[in-house]
Design a protein around this ligand. Structure first.
Ligand code: NDP
Length: 449
């Protein structure tokens, strides 16, 4: 049996029924073979097996009362994955599909992503199987307070610092932070993604989407290209997508498609600043489907459901920014056939395993989320620094910090390609190796625990 099969079998046996977690672990293991063969110590010390076992998993009951005075019961989670580089750090997801497989894959990916930022951040991920859709603000507030009533004992600014993810934006962060402060009687940077008036950092909402586009710029520059006039597809229409679209417009690219869980929009004339402002109101304030965009703008067509695929639209650059496993092999084949040159992941693990293999057989340059979407957690890391200092940095400083960090991750990937004689533009293996090396070194230095 090959080493990969052996590891996959043992991961599957230890974590039955967790396909997303198996997928994420195997992808990294597949990449790090050259590191393991050079460093027998990592094998002797079972560093990879330790990384694939969360340090701690907390699951808990969350009871809250809805607007009809009915008690509702949800399940809350926090996976504290790896604390070798710093306090646990990673977002909270509120989505009815959430389970331990998804959280463990997200927390595992976070380990390497956070290490790539160069900031002192460990890794965690959490949330609840709560569906914030069609809930009143009061219901969301009561849910957040109930979640925190248990979680507060496991988090804190030197222990574990959650942030947002799918279904958790500034509103939810506000309710969670308010509850933490009330319970602990302390104003501390225990959560990031706060509003700038009450302890948040400038540029945190924009950071993941903007950072993604910066990373794509650096990738294209390596092959003597840029984003100007490139036709782009962006999936999703939430936090990451909105700010990716904003930055793409700024870079003179033409975004012709975006989506949500109901379907997608194809706007042949492209999204401009006015249309984006309308989209933000539709999604953030009205919390409605994107169908309303096509009602307002006649250049746009709305495709409901999944029959026609967003990725079948001819484009040069693709930015999946919605959720895991949203592109399959045939989507990548369509993109490649239509002449796409770049896929950069704003979402975490949006490509299936088969889709990644299809990319590797194409001429598309591809960046995994660990590298390309690390801008959000990087600015969260700097929000933590500002909270500890009690001083806040300007928006222009944060813009520079974000650009420098994304450039640093890109350079780290390029250096790793050379160090391990990887193929040119092999960001997948480079990001996995570079993140693994940092965390592995820290784990070995700290002894086995
Ligand atoms: P949001 O909740 O703001 O937006 C998510 C978007 O994706 C919405 O448009 C939503 O549609 C759509 N979506 C969610 N689930 C599905 C699904 N199962 N099928 C189709 N569409 C879906 O989340 P974020 O923008 O914050 O996160 C998006 C991705 O980026 C996630 O993978 C997240 O882990 C990743 N990420 C986020 C970071 C951040 O800073 N927020 C940092 C790094 C990664 P609808 O509106 O209909 O629900």
């Amino acid at each position: 049996m090959s080493k990969i099969d052996y590891v996959l079998n043992s991961i599957k046996e230890r974590n039955p029924g967790e396909p997303e977690f198996h997928q994420a672990v195997l992808e990294v293991f597949d990449s790090i073979e050259p590191v393991l063969s050079k460093n027998s110590k990592y094998l002797e010390e079972k560093v990879f097996e330790r990384m694939a076992e969360p340090e701690r998993i907390i699951t808990f009951r969350v009871c809250w009362t809805d607007d009809n005075n009915q008690i509702q019961v949800n399940r809350g989670y926090r996976v504290q994955m790896n604390g070798a580089m710093g306090p646990y750090k990673g977002g909270l997801r509120f989505h009815p599909s959430l389970n331990l497989s998804i959280l463990k894959f997200l927390a595992f990916e976070q380990t390497f992503k956070n290490a790539l930022t160069g900031l002192p951040l460990g890794a965690g991920k959490g949330g609840a199987d709560f569906n914030p859709k069609h809930k009143s603000d009061r219901e969301i507030m009561r849910f957040c307070q109930a979640w925190m009533l248990e979680a507060y004992r496991h988090i804190g600014h030197f222990t574990d610092i959650p942030a947002g993810d799918i279904g958790v934006g500034e509103k939810e962060i506000g309710y969670l932070f308010g509850a933490f402060k009330k319970i602990k009687n302390e104003f501390q940077g225990s959560i990031t993604g706060k509003g700038p008036l009450w302890g948040g950092s400038f540029l945190r909402p924009e950071a993941t989407g903007y950072g993604l586009v910066h990373f794509a710029e650096y990738m294209l520059a390596e092959v003597d290209k840029d984003l100007a006039n490139k036709v782009c597809l962006v999936s999703g229409s939430g936090n990451v997508s909105q700010f990716a679209i904003e930055k793409l417009i700024h870079d003179k690219a033409k975004v012709v498609a975006f989506s949500d869980s109901t379907g997608f929009i194809h706007d042949e004339e492209g999204v401009d600043e006015e249309k984006l402002a309308f989209l933000k109101v539709l999604k953030n304030e009205k919390r409605e489907s994107i169908a309303g965009y096509a009602e307002k703008y006649k250049s746009a067509k709305y495709y409901e459901g999944t029959e026609k695929r967003l990725w079948s639209i001819p484009a040069e650059c693709a930015f999946p920014c919605a959720t895991q496993n949203e592109l399959d092999e045939s989507d990548v084949q369509d993109l490649s056939k239509n002449g796409a040159i770049l896929i950069a992941e704003g979402a975490n693990m949006p490509l299936t395993d088969a889709a990644i293999k299809a990319v590797q057989h194409s001429n598309i340059i591809y960046a995994p989320g660990k590298a390309a979407n690390a801008g959000g957690v990087a600015i969260s890391g700097l929000e933590m620094t500002q909270n500890r200092l009690g001083r806040y940095w300007s928006r222009s400083r944060m813009e520079t910090e974000l650009r420098v960090i994304m450039q640093g991750i890109h350079e780290n990937c390029q250096d790793t390609m050379k160090k391990y004689s990887l193929d040119a533009q092999d960001y997948l293996n480079a990001a996995n190796i570079a993140g693994f090396e940092r965390v592995a070194k820290a784990m070995v230095a700290q002894g086995s625990w």
